[in-house]
Ligand binder design. Sequence first.
Ligand code: SER
Length: 585
Amino acid sequence: MKAIDIRNKYLNYFKSKGHVIIPSAPLIPENDPSVLFTTAGMHPLVPYLLGEKHPQGKRLTDYQKCLRTVDIDEVGDNRHLTFFEMLGNWSLGDYFKEESIKMSFEFLTKELNIPVEKLSVTVFAGDDDAPRDTESAEYWKKVGMPEDKIYYFGKDDNWWIAGEEGPCGPDTEMFYDTGKPACSENCNPSCDCGKYVEIWNNVFMEYYKTKNGKYTKLEQKNVDTGLGLERINMLLQGKETPFDTEIFLPIMEKLKELAKNDNISSRRIVAEHLRASMMIIADGGRPSNIDRGYILRRLIRRMTRHLSKLEISLDNIDELIDLNIDVLKEMYPELVEKKETIKSVILEEKDKFMKTLVNGEKEFEKEILKAKNENKDKIDGKTVFRLYETFGFPPEVTEELAEEKGFKVNLEEIDSLFKEHQEKSRLGAEQKFKGGLADQNEITIAYHTATHLLHKALKIVLGDHVKQAGSNITNERMRFDFTHPQKVTKEELEKVEEIVNEQIKRELDVKCEEMTLEEAKASGAIGLFENKYGDIVKVYTIGDFSKEICGGPHVSNTKELGTFKIKKEEASSAGVRRIKAILIK
Ligand code: SER
């Protein structure tokens, strides 16, 4: 059985159970700027999960193209993917736990012929927000799941929500036993030793988590399920990684044939990033310096870099795209239709990257000259990092070139700088999901600090009811949404502008401290407390003016901001106003 056969079996099975097959929504969400890409099958269905009537009825099924970027740096190992396909079935206020469990069990054991012995399941253990899900456990027993294969876990494992706010509920997850030996006496499905692999997640969505962390009951009880296609395909074929299945194998083998310097991790990165890039482009994505465009840019550049690492000529990209389209065309016919666009976007981005590398090399030469003049035999980590951050010049290239010229580089120092950088990018990416900052450079960082100043100034001028409702930053401007019942007058805007500029002129230092969430609250820091920041939070203080919980990064002194100018004030949604502003240097 191949992936496409599993997909067809799935859709047909649920069709036979009264579900309507709906098409996959595009990878790039329509009218939803709050997320970069569609990350789950339920994502395009949110309005219907909240009670709006779906034109196709109450039972739906589909395959959904998804992309998750949190693990982008992990790709290259034996399991992480950015793009993947999720099979799903939904009940919009129709069947609930019993029927959902019955159908999942039947599909796994009768359609996919998985022996019951290979399966185990988990259900929600219960807490203050929702009761223990003994009901689901009972239904599992009823269909034939042995009691000792039913595990109870808390919210971390058995509760599903997309992001911080929205429809959610306890879930029951199904696991496949790979037959690997147990890692310990206590080995169970929540363990990530590799023995148990999660295959399917049925969410019993009957709650809504509000912005302030409260759980309210939804109008209707829904079921939302998700089954990762690449994973189940790999397991059913008895393969160790998705790269060993028909989805990736032809390209993995082609890369092996072409590589003069083979390395499996680089081949996986090329194969995975190429597929993901093609899918994004086919759905309308284009490389840029922000948001989704930046993710696409990173995917293409990383792929290019690893092709070079494999010592495969970049002239082969064209042929690799052809091959990949051939492999995937049955599953995603849109790739055939968009073939020329896919090629031109990827090749153009590759050329841009090569130019970047040339510029980086020039800068590198300057650094070498400087080091020579200063009689140094080392290139320091900061320089390597600057070449990377400013010119996109990969550190391993700097290292190689430096060595050729008889210079050493301090690798340890680079490692720690990169860790810091990765942490910043991670926090940045998380911010984006709250409608914030994804790309980081001198300009966007300055805007980020200006956002804190604006937030505080609005509180001063309009009142304490002002709360951040969203933020979006590009290289050109900042956009800030905040709660306020009426239009902000011209005078008020002028006052806000004046306050912000005053703080810039005061040349206030920006300080970052880490503390517990409790300490942060006690210190008077503002911020979205209901968000899960983890136990320790970062608090940014701007002089004596503002104090906010925030992932950063920020400038070190407000004098770096230039002049703050409000360009527009308008309504964003009911009770929410929007300000667009710029910094002039
Ligand atoms: N939304 C759930 C998930 O992504 C089930 O589809 O796992």
